[in-house]
Structures are given as C-alpha cells and as structure tokens.
Design a binder for this molecule. Structure first.
Ligand code: TXA
Ligand code: MG
Length: 316
C-alpha cells in the first residue's frame, strides 16, 4: 500500500499504535511517534541513526495540553504563547515525570512545540497523544521540507508520510529556554529573535554554541551536504567573482551573473528555499558550493546559522 498520502486518520492511527509518521509542519517535516510510548520513541532514534544524548521536541495540538508534559511554566513562556499562539517556536519547560527519559535524554526539562501548520495540529488532535518528532532526516543531514524528501531519505523506515505540501517557513523552530530565570535562545529559527525581544521587553541571550551541553543537538557539522560549502559575505559583488567550472555559485538575491536563493533578497523566501537548495547541490555534479550569506537580521540569522554549520568541516 502507498505509504505517502493525505490520509490524516491513517496517520493518526499509526501514531496511536506505536508507528512512525512523517509529519508536515510549517518549519520542516518531523519523524513523529507517540512521546509516551518508549518503544515507539526508540524507533525514532534508530531510524535517524541519532545519538541518544540528543533530546526530542514534544509536539502538542494546543497550549491547553501543555500540562500533560510540563509543569511550573515560566510566566514568560505563557506571555510568548499569548502573543504568538501556534508558531515556529519551541519552549524548554520543566518536565513532568510521565515524559520518558529517552525523549529528554535524561534532562529534567522537555522541549514543547505547538506547530503553526493547521494540518499538523489536526493530526496531533486526532492522534490525541503528545508526539515526539525530530526533523525527519538521517542524523547530521539537511532537514526535509517536502514529503518526498522524507520518502527519499527515510522511506522504508516510516509507516506513513502525511503530505502537507512544501514547508512554508523552511528552517526549524527557534528554541527558547529559561535556565536561570531569563529567556535564552538555544537555536535560531523560524521566529526571529527581534520578535522575542519585542514581546519580552529585553533581548534574550543567544547561546547556540555546540560547546554548551544544554543544546546537545546543535553540533557544528550539522546540515552537511557532504561536499565543501564556502560562505560568501552578504553583499558580495558577483560581477567581480570568477566562478571556476564545477563550482555552483548561489547569490542571495537575483542578479545578472549567477543563480540566486531568492528573487528580491527576502529572508522569508530564503529560509523557505534553503534546505531544498542545499539538497539540490548535494545531488548535483558540482564539487563545491559558493553561497552568499543572508543579512544578519530576522530570519537571516537562522539562515546564516544553518549555512555556517553546512560549511563547517571537522578538522582532523
Ligand atoms: O521545527 C522544528 O523544531 C522541527 C519540527 C519537526 O518541529 N523539529 C526539530 O527537531 O528541529 P530536531 O530534533 O531536529 O531538533 C531539536 C533540537 C535539538 O537541537 C535538541 O538538542 C533540542 O531541540 N532539544 C530538545 N529537547 C531539548 C531540551 N529538553 N533542552 C534543550 N534542548 C533540547
Ligand atoms: Mg534536526
């Protein structure tokens, strides 16, 4: 039977019976399983080849469900929810004992997200269980932004892939935590830091370095397309760049000389297209990618974070 389609009831029943579902969200596709079913969660780790020290985000259909997995919710988390509602934002909250240690890698906090994509929330509501879902890519690879990407990379390991079309945001959620009272951003993502600053009334500290054990998934060499990626400064004058044969050049905005990630230099468009572009490069005959950074504001910061990781090569 075809295991990629738009059958929401089937996807929900797979989740309820301990299976794995390719779940669409506004950021990237997730590899979803019932978060309270340890055997199902263990299947996520083996399908992704993901180390167990990297905890998973728990997805809920609504904030009213948050008490099922978290407790002692910080007032600022409530404030962000009140202002933003379902959004590409993940809240790290004190966990309830019901959440298996496998989900949180033994941490006493759980990452919680209520996705903006209506289809995702419908799936979560129909399944009726909290759903653990990392991005649906093998560990270290580029995140999937279409159902077909999931099928290509994890096809035979997933029981059903719910097709929700191409992801509108295209980079993963912003992760916010309250380790010492004030908000700290652990991952730059779909909600710009500027938006958080506006709501909180102060600029949260950004702590995205892989050296910090609080965000074990933020390894430098993530998003690796498997070939060299060279970063070009934002604002590069491409008319002055000689691109050797065999190298793919990708400017940020359309120009007369090389291909571009966006038409008009809009960061939302850039984020939406980023992972598909990295994927196309990985599958191409080009031996190297020269890609221009986004402006260091708003979603551009999330784009640049992913590009720097894609360009990072372990030194040995
Ligand atoms: O947009 C997204 O967040 C997507 C979609 C599917 O929702 N999910 C996603 O999951 O990006 P994943 O597993 O690829 O990234 C989750 C990140 C990891 O870096 C992990 O270390 C961090 O969240 N994380 C999860 N639980 C955490 C916790 N309790 N404390 C700190 N960081 C946590
Ligand atoms: Mg991921």
């Amino acid at each position: 039977m075809q295991h990629l389609g738009t059958d929401l009831a089937r996807a929900a029943s797979v989740l309820r019976s301990g299976g794995l579902v390719g779940m669409p969200t506004e950021t990237v596709y997730g590899l979803a399983a019932n978060a309270l079913d340890v055997v199902a969660v263990a299947r996520i780790f083996s399908a992704k080849n993901r180390p167990h020290f990297d905890p998973l985000i728990v997805h809920l259909s609504d904030w009213t469900e948050v008490d099922r997995v978290a407790q002692a919710i910080p007032a600022e988390a409530q404030l962000l929810w009140n202002q933003l509602g379902p959004a590409p934002l993940t809240y790290v909250l004190p966990k309830r004992p019901e959440v298996p240690d496998l989900v949180t890698s033994g941490l006493d906090h759980v990452a919680v997200r209520i996705p903006q994509l209506i289809l995702a929330r419908q799936l979560l509501a129909t399944a009726g269980v909290p759903v653990a879902a990392p991005s649906a890519n093998p560990f270290g690879f580029v995140s999937p932004t279409t159902a077909q990407h999931v099928a290509d990379q994890l096809g035979d390991q997933v029981d059903y892939i719910l097709d929700g079309g191409a992801c509108g945001v295209g980079v993963e959620s912003t992760i916010v935590a309250w380790p010492e009272g004030r908000a700290v951003v652990l991952r730059l993502g779909g909600i710009p830091v500027e938006t958080l600053t506006e709501i909180l009334g102060y600029e949260p500290e950004i702590r995205t370095s892989s050296s910090k054990p609080s965000a074990p998934g933020m390894l430098d060499a993530h998003y690796a397309p498997g070939k060299p990626v060279r970063l070009m400064a934002h604002g590069t004058d491409w008319s002055q760049v000689t691109v050797p044969q065999g190298i793919q050049a990708l400017a940020f905005a359309a120009n007369d000389w090389v291909a571009s990630l966006t038409t008009h230099g809009d960061c939302a468009e850039g984020a939406q297209r980023l992972f598909a572009a990295l994927r196309e490069f990985a599958a191409s005959d080009y031996r190297e990618l020269w890609i221009e950074l986004a402006p260091e504001v708003g979603l551009g910061r999330a784009i640049n974070d992913r590009l720097r990781r894609a360009a990072h090569r372990a030194e040995d």
